[in-house]
Ligand binder design. Structure first.
Ligand code: SF4
Length: 471
């Protein structure tokens, strides 16, 4: 990292500490009132009917990371270190040509019909409008995952509508100062509310993402109420996850990670607000037993993700997550089939720690662009995929891949989980959470036979129909 402030404390560490300063945050009701005044336009178009469905098929949505360049510094961001480090291979935005090639592969090889475009922050990328038009033209309905700062100007929002954006997934990380502290930029909340005002007035559909950080937790019911009033198509509550850069030593601590016992009440109330209003709610990466049974149709662990049309296809996600598809330098790598990751069991976490310690990903990214090493690495990769590829039932392959992801991310199950009827469809607790707080908050489900179908509860959820691409 080249961003040390005093040689000892990096800006990233500083951000994580700043995010804990929660003094002077006004009560949620007052912040909700103020947000409403900013975000609700004087006149709004009549709400169009929103088709819903209960079909749970494998998702065909892909994902693209344009580069880890952003105008905010969310303390829980999976890529916070790469965003701060301008010399990281994944930091700069890629070229339009490379992004188009990735999108074309998502359609032609993986059969995807929708895409989540992320940056960092995709709205600040020079070529975003050309890419939106390109995606819409090849049958890939484009969603932008955004903090929405750029959209606080009406003409900017109009431009995105004109380009053919399918919808926005807006990251509402709190209300008022809570949002500003979580994202590290003063005034971000006000700009975001103005942006939502424009989207509503222009009749551009949007959904809401909210990471359940310590700052956001007390505000979850207010965020749900605001989302209902603004006409959000869906609201996602995500755990603060130990993924990517947040896996690193010292990133998640007992100080900045909310206890499940503390988020249970506000989350339950927020889900009730959304259910009563008929707005789709999704809870991601949280054990089932942390929410009451009436809300299990909204709970998505790895086993359920593949059946959510707003989530990513594990097959194409595996490919776009590879270094060559996430950095400006070098060519894209050949597409790979699903399920080629071997299970490593208990060896996985020590090997991952070793890989982090020697910056294996960074080394491989640099080697990939080397004219001599790059082609050899790709041959080896192709060989390993042929060796490990799983054949047979497609749903089973996705379930197996879900297990790999659970293993990769170091989830753990406590003694109670071994008796729980949901143990085959629930991921359990994050490994570092167990180290910090244990598993006493688990409430094993003992009143029924073991549940093995990942769609058992989510099949009862009304989901808003996603935009699908038409070539
Ligand atoms: S498997 Fe464990 S974490 Fe998941 S619902 Fe059951 S008791 Fe809770």
């Amino acid at each position: 990292m080249k961003t040390s402030t005093d040689g000892n404390v990096s800006l990233v560490q500083l951000r994580r500490k700043e995010s804990l300063v929660s003094a002077d945050i006004e009560p949620p009701e007052i912040l909700l009132e103020r947000a409403r005044a900013l975000a609700v336009p004087a006149t709004r178009p009549a709400a169009a009917p929103r088709p819903h469905g209960r079909t749970r098929e494998l998702t065909r949505r892909g994902v693209l990371w344009l580069g880890q360049t952003c105008n905010l510094r969310c303390h829980f961001c999976y890529f916070l270190d790469r965003i701060e480090d301008k010399e990281h291979p994944e930091h700069p935005f890629m070229s339009l040509e490379k992004a188009q090639e990735i999108c074309r592969t998502l359609v032609e090889f993986y059969g995807n019909d929708a895409i989540d475009i992320q940056g960092g922050e995709p709205t600040i990328w020079r070529d975003i409008h050309a890419l939106i038009k390109y995606c819409a033209g090849i049958g890939l309905a484009p969603t932008l995952i955004t903090n929405a700062l750029v959209l606080d100007k009406r003409d900017k929002a109009q431009q995105f509508k004109d380009s053919g954006v399918a919808d926005f997934l807006v990251s509402v990380q709190g209300l008022g100062k809570a949002h500003d502290l979580a994202v590290g930029v003063s005034g971000a909340h006000v700009r975001q509310m103005r942006a939502l005002n424009h989207l509503i007035a222009l009749d551009v559909p949007f959904r809401v993402n909210c990471v359940m950080s310590k700052l956001a937790v007390p505000q979850l019911p207010a965020i749900a109420r605001l989302s209902v009033e603004l006409g959000a198509r869906a609201v996602n509550f995500l755990a603060f996850n130990p993924f990517a850069d947040q896996r690193k030593e010292g990133a998640r601590t007992a100080e900045n990670v909310p206890r499940y016992g503390d988020l249970r009440g506000p989350l339950d109330e927020a889900l009730d607000v959304l259910a009563q209003a008929g707005v789709e709610a999704n809870v991601r990466y949280l054990p089932h037993c942390i929410v009451p049974e009436r809300h299990w149709p909204s709970v998505y662990n790895y086993q359920q993700l593949s059946y959510d049309p707003h989530e990513w296809d594990f097959a194409s996600w595996t490919w776009t997550n590879k270094g060559p598809q996430r950095m400006r330098a070098g060519a894209v790598s050949p597409p790979v089939p699903l399920g080629a990751r071997p299970r490593l069991g208990r060896l996985r976490q020590p090997l991952l720690r070793l890989a982090d310690a020697i910056d294996l990903r960074g080394r491989m990214l640099r080697a990939d662009t080397d004219p001599r090493l790059g082609p050899v690495m790709r041959k080896l990769e192709g060989l390993s995929y042929r060796l490990f590829r799983r054949r047979g039932d497609r749903d089973a392959a996705y379930r197996h891949d879900a297990l790999n992801r659970v293993e990769h991310n170091g989830y753990q199950k406590g003694a109670g989980c071994q008796r729980c009827a949901l143990r085959d469809i629930c991921d359990g607790f994050h490994g570092d959470y167990v180290a910090m707080f244990g598993t006493d908050e688990a409430r094993p489900v003992l009143d029924r036979a073991p549940v093995s179908d990942p769609r058992a509860f989510i099949s009862a959820q009304d989901k808003v129909a996603p935009a699908r691409g038409e070539a």
